[in-house]
Design a protein around this ligand. Structure first.
Ligand code: ADP
Length: 394
């Protein structure tokens, strides 16, 4: 008698308590090209089932005594979700024309059972076993697909974690670098100022002009570095929010005071629509100011002389919508999403002169989201753009 393991879905596990049965069964199945493994007791057969190594089970009714039957039922119940192993039970002669015996019935109710009445014609047995093994192969396919799916999910999860770590490392690097760059810049600014003040001797007009250029460049560079530092802080989650109730009219007034000279210098109409004093947002005052300044400066920067920049607010259920609109050059549809990515500019040639680096909107959107809000844009090329900042109403 060979007691062992059935290979994948190819084999059938036969519980053959006597050596004679076993050798007969082995011969029959071998003739039909079906791989079979013989088990002399139920426990060994159930252990093979637990290892996913059983394509189908054949047991005789008389083998379903209470103890082995319970072992079989427990093993059938312990199968994983994909598995429902076919069980072929050989009943006694004339059995099926009478009522089904209790032991057989309990297995039939809880398993994927086919009853065959003895004497069974070999062709019938072979056909039933083959279709059971085919059905089992389908179950193995489902199991393999599930495993492949699990592996793919695990790989995707790992890749995501790696990408996040890389992004954090990049932001930390930016934060450290920009911080380090500010120190020598301060020295440049300081010494230029001392020279300009004549501390190191008289300064000619040509030297003064050169010093002004040094200072302008220093301020430009400092602005860029501050932008990078700011962005890196937001990205690494190192930003503290201090939410309070901020009346929108107040936020508008202070933003207007800061950008009005810029608008005037560019010959633009800046219009701040009156906002109901009762409308307030729940937000960090400084961060809101930073977003509004960025949106207004952009609107001014990208709108030609004689154009119009407006800012207004409205209430939308639990939110307040703040709109900054301009009659400027607009943003092409393909760029409307990417302008919120860091370092993206629609036309880098034009904005370099305006001291931009492409971080303002990335920072603004992160800040808006950090306060439970959102920043979106609508635009038409040649007509203008409207940025909408949505924040929770206080
Ligand atoms: P920066 O202004 O420093 O370039 P931003 O992140 O604030 O960076 O803006 C990114 C880009 O989005 C700008 O370079 C510009 O191309 C486009 N943009 C932003 N605001 C406007 C606007 N109001 N009108 C037209 N284009 C705009």
């Amino acid at each position: 008698m060979t007691e062992g393991v059935v290979s994948r879905a190819a084999g059938v596990a036969v519980l053959a308590p006597t050596g004679r049965d076993a050798s007969l069964a082995t011969q029959v199945f071998a003739q039909w090209g079906i791989e079979a493994a013989m088990f002399s007791d139920m426990r060994a057969l159930c252990a093979a089932l637990a290892d996913d190594d059983v394509g189908a089970i054949i047991v005789a009714e008389e083998a379903l005594q209470p103890a082995p039957r319970d072992e079989l039922l427990a093993a059938l119940e312990a199968q994983p979700a994909w598995s429902d192993v076919p069980v072929i039970v050989l009943t006694g002669e004339g059995e099926l024309s009478r009522s089904i015996a209790g032991a057989v019935d309990s297995v039939a109710r809880r398993g994927n059972v086919t009853l065959l009445e003895r004497p069974v014609r070999v062709a019938t047995l072979v056909t039933v076993v083959r279709s059971a093994l085919r059905a089992r192969q389908r179950q193995y396919d489902v199991r393999d697909n599930l495993a492949a799916l699990r592996d793919a999910r695990a790989e995707a999860e790992e890749a995501r974690a790696e990408a996040e770590a890389a992004s954090r490392a990049k932001s930390e690097f930016l934060a450290v670098m920009s911080h380090e760059l500010r120190t020598p810049l301060n020295a440049i600014a300081g010494y230029a100022e001392l020279i300009e003040l004549g501390i190191h001797g008289p300064v000619t007009e040509a030297q003064r002009e050169a010093l002004r250029r040094v200072q302008r460049s220093e301020r430009h560079l400092l602005g860029l570095i501050n932008g990078v530092l700011n962005y890196a802080r937001v990205e690494t989650g190192n930003v503290q929010y201090d939410p309070t109730d901020v009346p929108v009219a107040e936020a508008f007034a202070s933003a207007e005071a800061l950008v009005a000279p810029q608008a005037k210098a560019r010959g633009l109409h800046l219009e701040i629509e009156p906002c109901d004093p009762g409308i307030a947002i729940r937000a960090d005052r400084e961060k809101v100011q930073q977003i509004l300044l960025n949106l207004l400066s952009n609107a001014i920067k990208f709108t030609g002389e004689g154009g119009r920049v407006t800012m207004g607010c409205s209430v939308d259920t639990g939110d307040v919508l703040i709109r900054v609109a301009d009659s400027g050059r607009g943003i092409p549809p393909s760029k409307r999403n990417v302008i919120f990515e860091p370092f993206v500019q629609v036309d880098s040639r034009l904005t370099r002169a305006d001291q931009g680096v492409g971080l303002g909107l990335a920072i603004s959107r992160d800040l808006a989201r950090g306060m439970g809000g959102e920043l979106t844009v609508e635009s038409e090329v040649g007509v203008g753009s409207t940025f909408t900042l949505c924040l929770p109403r206080a």
